[in-house]
Design a protein around this ligand. Structure first.
Ligand SMILES: *Cc1c(COP(=O)(O)O)cnc(C)c1O
Length: 384
């Protein structure tokens, strides 16, 4: 039996041809495809700059470094995300502080952010969970009040939009943040194999990100005076470069993004139309000033003893070859976080309650009508 994953890439013949062309050229890394991809991404998001790197995690790490996070700083983020969101804060020796989520949207709750702010707070790192934009107006207000930076983790949210002053703007435009981070892992909206990017409107952050991506090496007018071979390392950076053939894939995928988004929307609509008639199932609450980009389609089991019900649904769907997933185990409950910071059960009650009830259904552009119906019928037969 063919199994159905929760997410997967779609690679077209045209994608492959573009990658092959770059593989046969002089520059397979550090050539022009990287900046071409960056320019296309910045244009798509409606921001000034983009920096492409080797993964979403690398992008988060560099954004945190560019924001000058360091030991003694605190950064407010959500417990319901992939580990990388909070780990990137740890890489800089700053401390992640978890603000609870809003049960309806599954996104970080601005009221809870407010509660977690103190003198040490340096930044807010919201995550647009599953592709639903966070309340960026509210988060920006908080950041303004306390003079904090905002780094958006938009690894789920390429193509998501929200209304601001009567106009639709894209996540990644950085209208309400300092930097926004994307991932191009194969389960995400577009892929480069592994890959990620940071968008920003701030020239200083942009320059710093480019240098940190390449060992902290500066090569400019000042270094040139000593001879054109000269270069200076003024910061401790990394090799977080992405290759040109990956960026060729990224460019090709970006051209197909709108088609991917339409397909994801249509699948989500079929799920909503068929599953909401079941009393025990809830979905993420959105509204007409948000455009969800549906990286994930999450259902919440609104039943007593949800932990048991979720386990049964997970195991029986897997037995049928439907590889549903759980997004996510609350980060503060991971052994490393408990051990390092003393986080414990009860710290984020809404997130912990959500975690017991959630399950992510298969969602990717090439999911077939027959497969979607099989998923829906299987859920109904298990739950009802
Ligand atoms: C995928 C993901 C990341 C990390 O991206 P990689 O490219 O896998 O390093 C970070 N945050 C969130 C929310 C993600 O979903």
């Amino acid at each position: 039996m063919k199994t159905i994953p929760y997410g997967r890439q779609h690679i077209a013949k045209s994608d492959i041809e573009k990658v092959v062309k770059v593989l046969g050229s002089d520059w397979i890394t550090q050539g022009h495809k990287v900046s071409e991809f960056e320019n296309a991404l910045a244009k798509y998001c409606g921001c000034k700059y983009a920096v492409a790197v080797s993964s979403g995690t690398a992008a988060l790490h560099l954004a945190c470094l560019a924001a000058n996070m360091k030991k003694g700083d605190e950064v407010v983020t959500t417990p319901i995300s992939f580990l990388a969101s909070a780990n990137s804060i740890l890489y800089t020796n700053a401390k992640p502080v978890f603000a609870d989520i809003d049960y309806e949207t599954i996104n970080i709750d601005p009221v809870e952010i407010n509660r977690k702010i103190n003198k040490k707070t340096k930044a807010i790192l919201p995550v647009h969970f599953a592709g639903l934009p966070c309340k960026m107006n509210d988060i920006k207000e908080i950041a303004k009040t306390y003079n904090l930076l905002i780094i958006e983790d938009a690894c789920h949210a390429l193509g998501a939009e929200y209304k601001y002053n009567g106009k639709w703007i894209k996540v990644g435009s950085c209208k309400h943040s300092d930097m926004t981070v994307f991932s191009f892992h194969p389960v995400k909206h577009i892929t480069t194999g592994e890959g990620g990017a940071i968008t920003t409107n701030n020239k200083m952050f942009y320059e710093r990100l480019k240098v940190l991506r390449n060992h902290g090496i500066y090569k400019d007018k000042k270094t040139n005076r000593k001879g054109y071979w000269n270069y200076e390392m003024r910061d401790l950076g990394f090799n977080y470069r992405i290759t040109d053939f990956q960026c060729a894939l990224g460019l090709s995928q970006l051209e197909r993004l709108n088609d991917f988004l339409v397909k994801r929307h249509n699948i989500a609509k079929v799920y909503i139309d068929n599953l909401l008639e079941i009393e025990d199932i809830e979905v993420q609450k959105t509204n007409n000033s948000l455009k969800h980009s549906y990286h994930l389609f999450v259902i919440k089991l609104n039943v007593k003893r949800a932990g048991r019900a979720r386990r049964k649904l997970y195991e029986q769907l897997h037995r049928l070859g439907i590889r549903v997933q759980v997004h996510y185990i609350p980060i503060h409950l991971q052994p490393y976080y408990r051990k390092s910071f003393g986080f414990k059960a009860g710290d984020s009650p809404v997130a912990e309650d959500y975690y017991k009830r959630c399950i992510s259904l298969p969602l990717y552009p090439e999911l077939k009508k027959k497969e979607i119906n099989f998923v829906i019928d299987s859920i109904k037969s298990i739950i009802i």
